[in-house]
Design a protein around this ligand. Sequence first.
Ligand code: GDP
Ligand code: IMO
Ligand code: MG
Length: 434
Amino acid sequence: MSNIVIVGTQWGDEGKGKIVDLLAEFADIIIRFQGGNNAGHTLVVDGKQFISHLIPSGILQGKVCLIGNGLVVDPAVLIEEMDLLTDMGIKVGPDNLRISETANLIMPYHKQIDLAREEMKGDKKIGTTGRGIGPCYEDKVARMGIRFVELLDPDTFKEKVFAVMEEKNFYLEKFLSSAPIDPQSIIDIYSEYAKKLSPYISNVSVELDRAIKQEKHILFEGAQGTHLDIDHGTYPYVTSSNTVAGNASCGSGIGPGKLDKIIGIVKAYTTRVGSGPFTTELFDETGEKIQKKGAEFGATTGRKRRCGWLDMVMLKNSVRLNSLTSLVLTKLDVLSGLETIEICTAYECNGKIIKDFPADQKVLSSCTPVCETFSGWSREIDDIRTLEDLPENAKKYLKRIEELSGVPVGIVSVGPGREQTIIVNNPFFIDKNC
Ligand code: GDP
Ligand code: IMO
Ligand code: MG
């Protein structure tokens, strides 16, 4: 039995989707445990691309996919994604997709509040994806969220919508100068969603428990990245959920003792979409080269991703916060052709060397990176399938990441395709502590 958690170690878009799709072959169940359709996980199989926003990336491998209680789900997006997969010839039905009855529903007012607030903030905006994620999590914590279980009971659903709309419309109109929403229109639309989604609503926690007792392999798919975590990220420039591995337990309804291995996905450089400090950001030609070669555009919003060098202060933070047992290094191919490559090993701030990631955003904004420089390699590596065949300088770069992080690299990704992967150690087959 192996229950494996996949998390992003940076600011998201590390290539989690590709790795979940790859490892899903060896799993029985794949579960998403947090976030919503702010995520964009790209899978490339036989040259065809699919971007999943909500449905776990194991769907293309024909496995059972679960949406955990920790998610905020926009039912319209979920239905759209289900229809898209069906059109692609992928089977999606209640026998291979289930949604936790206690996952929260993203409502039209969440999206409207998210967008209106960002507009109001002007240049102080977070740069959210505008999908209503933050406002939906706020309501969950304020105990005024509406959950999937309520979709099964039209009277309770109606009652809850009417109760909440008074406050929402007041806030929309009076504070955000935005149009009010007619509660009945929400009820009409959501009752159609309820008809379609009711067969999928289930007690995911009980189901997982049963699977664990049957020694099934479970893959927990994280979204976003450790530095977008609501507690541990670059607050307030973060998302509104816990993205760290601890939430794999809470967001799916099983105890933490059931998690065997935690894999951190590390892009060979760093990217960020949206606002917030970024110590190793490159504003020069090299940054542009990486952005172009890595096709660094947001999978959800299409925004250009900011690019910079790999940051070990961040990666070490992720190792500690997630108890990482191994790393997957992605997009190493993107660095091919660069004369030199840098790794940031510490920050300098007001003449002091800092090795721990600072919580204060003002301090973080004033940090400059202290870097080690490596010679690059000229050969393209997207066709390489063994570690031994990598250019010597690529091997040195990888080795140094292992040394500095103290965590072994189990998989190296050298292209977007499922096959463009070097598997050093398959986490489903190696012993529990690796
Ligand atoms: P996620 O959100 O962590 O799943 O990552 P995204 O899908 O948003 O962004 C990663 C992008 O890089 C996607 O377009 C992937 O197809 C692509 N990708 C993943 N791994 C590799 C790799 O090793 N090399 C290259 N060149 N592209 C990759
Ligand atoms: P995946 O799973 C990269 C960023 C947004 C914004 C901040 C808050 O594909 O790695 P939100 O809409 O969540 O309130 O936005 O978080 N963000 C992501 N950045 N990848 C993601 O997901 C992200 N999900 C949210 O750009 O800066
Ligand atoms: Mg993404």
